[in-house]
Ligand binder design. Structure first.
Ligand SMILES: *Cc1c(COP(=O)(O)O)cnc(C)c1O
Length: 466
């Protein structure tokens, strides 16, 4: 058979035109084939190329951050250390999913598993906090508090919150916060002698200003809050009561601190501090009508789609917080903070309110005549990470303060024990006293502290891989 035969139709030779068309067709096919093959290759790489291969820059920054975390002592109160399970849960395929709305009523298709996940997170949050309603969608602490204000207030209304110097959080409504321009703000403080909330002052301020909303809950108050007493005040002036328990949520769900849930209209908390979850917010309430309003201000009021991958990690953290190990952790957090306080006292270093009931140790630098700026940068150089904080009766400003805020949360998660915290308190005390004497930390002390920190780091590694 001659090769010419393929150019015949029904035994007759093809015309040249048909031959050309056939050739063009073969070219297109071969191009398509090549295209498909190329797609197979790129698609494979798209799914298979690891970060270390695809982005050396970001990969190396991540590695450095892990080394920094491992080789320092973290005493920052708004941070913690998540479990491997929480870290894994945040890093998931829900990163690809938009799920505007709430379970059962979404704006997009394909939300069956998003619904299931969010329902699990909500059920766990309700069980953990023993309450009727939970919204797990707020992206952060700022959004959860803004949602509450948006739901409960009209522009021009008065909010009463703690004085910033005494522990209030910026998101509660202040000049620095965007919401400060919409609402009037009045504040209550602490007793200058004891450092404790003065309920008489709270009542007086409330009666004088008749706020629509009273906010309780702080970022630097180391003492237990009497929720019932605040409820009484709120009832007298007929105002809403919001508890923001961001810092102590983990101590509340373990029963180590009293819960505000039965005394407040709304409770908010971040999920990344003592709750040991991903960065995010949570809104809780027992009041249905109010909660419906709140859900509307979260979505569509303030946010659009929820971050479903973060909600997965929140759900895991809520489950962990129900386990025995977490209760043991929370108990140690308080014991370790108390141990640090005692150690500082023996070194004649002042502590705000002269002690602590929670994870916070607030150092008062006034008598040492030091400011936070000198102190935090020297501590940083010695691999001890802390943060400045304004304190009651502070003579300075929010930028330069006389307070140093320490917390035992992250290091307790890492496994450090009471004696380790005493050692850290000693290191900090030695550094403070030397800065007071010499206006700096001498090289021998800096070196000694660094070696001690690295010794602790060695004993308690941060290690997420198998
Ligand atoms: C940290 C904190 C917030 C804000 O949380 P972000 O997620 O950083 O916005 C709000 N309230 C209190 C009491 C906090 O401690």
């Amino acid at each position: 058979m001659s090769t010419n035969n393929i150019w015949k139709i029904n035994g007759q030779p093809m015309t040249n035109t048909i031959k050309r068309i056939w050739e063009r067709f073969l070219i297109i096919i071969s191009q398509l084939k090549r295209q498909v093959n190329m797609n197979v290759v790129t698609v494979n790489q798209f799914f298979k190329t690891s970060l270390s291969k695809s982005d050396v820059m970001v990969e190396s920054i991540l590695k450095n951050e892990l080394i920094r975390q491992t080789t320092s002592v973290n005493l920052i109160a708004s941070e913690n250390l998540v479990s491997r399970a929480v870290l894994e849960a945040q890093n998931n395929v829900f990163i690809n999913k938009c799920a505007e709305g709430y379970p059962g009523c979404r704006y997009y298709g394909g939300c069956m598993f998003a619904d299931e996940l969010e329902r699990v997170a909500i059920a766990r949050a309700k069980h953990l906090f023993k309450c009727e309603y939970a919204n797990v969608q707020p992206h952060s602490g700022s959004q959860m508090n803004q949602a509450v204000m948006l739901a409960l207030l009209s522009p021009g209304d008065t909010i009463m919150e703690m004085d910033l110097k005494c522990g209030e959080h910026l998101t509660h409504e202040s000049a620095e916060n965007r919401f400060g321009i919409w609402f009037k703000s009045v504040s209550y403080g602490v007793n200058p002698e004891t450092g404790l909330i003065d309920m008489n002052e709270v009542l007086n301020v409330a009666i004088r200003h008749r706020p629509k909303l009273i906010i309780v809950g702080t970022a630097s108050y180391p003492r237990t809050i009497d929720w019932k007493a605040f409820r009484r005040v709120a009832d007298i002036v007929d105002s809403f009561l919001l508890a923001d328990i961001s810092h102590v949520a983990g101590l509340i769900v373990t029963g180590l601190q009293p819960s505000p849930i039965d005394h407040c209209d709304v409770v908010t908390t971040t999920t990344h501090k003592s709750l040991r979850g991903p960065h995010g917010g949570l809104i809780l309430s027992n009041k249905q009508e109010l909660f419906n309003r709140l859900s509307n201000t979260v979505f569509p009021g303030l946010q659009d789609g929820p971050m479903m991958n973060i909600i997965a990690a929140k759900a895991v953290a809520f489950l962990e917080a129900q386990q025995d190990g977490y209760r043991i952790w929370a108990k140690s957090v308080i014991e370790n903070a108390k141990a640090m306080v005692e150690r500082f006292k023996t070194k004649k270093i002042d502590i705000v309110s002269n002690g602590t009931d929670n994870h916070l140790v607030m150092i008062d630098l006034k008598n040492l005549e030091l400011t936070d700026k000198q102190v935090t940068s020297w501590l940083d150089r010695c691999y001890i990470t802390t943060n400045k904080n304004i304190i009651p009766n502070d003579l300075l400003s929010t930028n330069t303060t006389s307070g140093l805020r320490l917390s035992t949360c992250a290091c307790t998660s890492r496994g450090l024990k009471k004696k380790d915290f005493e050692r850290i308190a000693d290191m900090i005390a030695d550094i403070l006293l030397e800065i007071k004497d010499k206006d700096k930390v001498s090289l021998p002390l800096e070196t000694k502290t660094r070696m001690e920190v690295l010794d602790l780091a060695d004993k308690y590694p941060i290690c997420y891989s198998v």
